[in-house]
Design a protein around this ligand. Sequence first.
Ligand SMILES: NC(=O)c1ccc[n+]([C@@H]2O[C@H](COP(=O)([O-])OP(=O)(O)OC[C@H]3O[C@@H](n4cnc5c(N)ncnc54)[C@H](OP(=O)(O)O)[C@@H]3O)[C@@H](O)[C@H]2O)c1
Length: 278
Amino acid sequence: MTNEHTMHARYGGWAVVTGASAGLGEQFADALAGRGFPLVLVARRAERLEEIAERIRAAHRVEVLVVADDLADLASMDRVAAAIGGREVGVLVLNAGFGFSGRFVDGDAAADLRMVQLNCTSVVAATHRYLPPMLGRGRGAVIVVASVAGFQPTPWFSVYGATKAFDLMFAESLWSETRGTGVDVIALCPGSTKTEFSVHAHYDRPPDGDDPREVVETCLRQLGRRPSVVTGFSNKLAAFAHRMFPRAFVASVTGRVLAKDLLRTTPDELRKRPRAVK
Ligand SMILES: NC(=O)c1ccc[n+]([C@@H]2O[C@H](COP(=O)([O-])OP(=O)(O)OC[C@H]3O[C@@H](n4cnc5c(N)ncnc54)[C@H](OP(=O)(O)O)[C@@H]3O)[C@@H](O)[C@H]2O)c1
């Protein structure tokens, strides 16, 4: 058996990838199809999903089912499940997510709540649905896409960082709960990665950072070996360094770094700004 197909033999069934219309999700779809998995691709942009599905069918000769839905709407879980039907879900990649940078007080409450719905609630809902059958079969894998943002407070990116801390803690807890069952759980914690993420996160920077293909390959290599994986040396260092300092110091330094990096200003300047009128 080739290395490519070992993973399919181990976990079986179909791979469901959320947020598969771009970025890391598209790369997960490619990587899993290359390892022999038929795919269910979920995101909102139907046309984009169809294009990706066509390309993957031609390249990898696997079945690909497209489900266009908004996962921030909790009712979408039933619709997605109905589309998946009786197909065995062997690998679940919970990747769909977005973030907004800026001062919390300038943010839109409805948009922040949608972020929590997508980045956290939908992750729990999907895991509730697909993890028990995996445990019943004694095989399967759940990949939760968290972030290096989840390791410490992230001032000026507060709600996003908090959702990713949730994802990280959730996946690592399930890693422990499922040890020895045949089901593997991992949190993927990328740093800045070259996808559409930065465009939606409203910071003034074109897509830049790590190659999403490499990020995905690193994750698949570490699946079954550890509870979480941080990609890239500097990200590993950042994720580790905060453990050695008091939390107030970490929050202050991170605030300074993010204000400069994402918003090209300083925390003092941001605190002085008048609140946006809504
Ligand atoms: N790129 C980075 O620097 C970075 C770093 C750390 C972690 N991450 C995490 O990586 C994951 C993937 O992001 P990415 O970098 O690949 O960004 P991306 O290129 O913007 O892709 C986000 C994906 O999520 C989907 N999505 C967004 N809202 C959705 C909704 N309401 N319902 C269903 N699907 C939705 C998007 O598709 P539609 O628009 O078609 O719905 C798209 O396929 C996210 O969880 C993000 O937090 C990214």
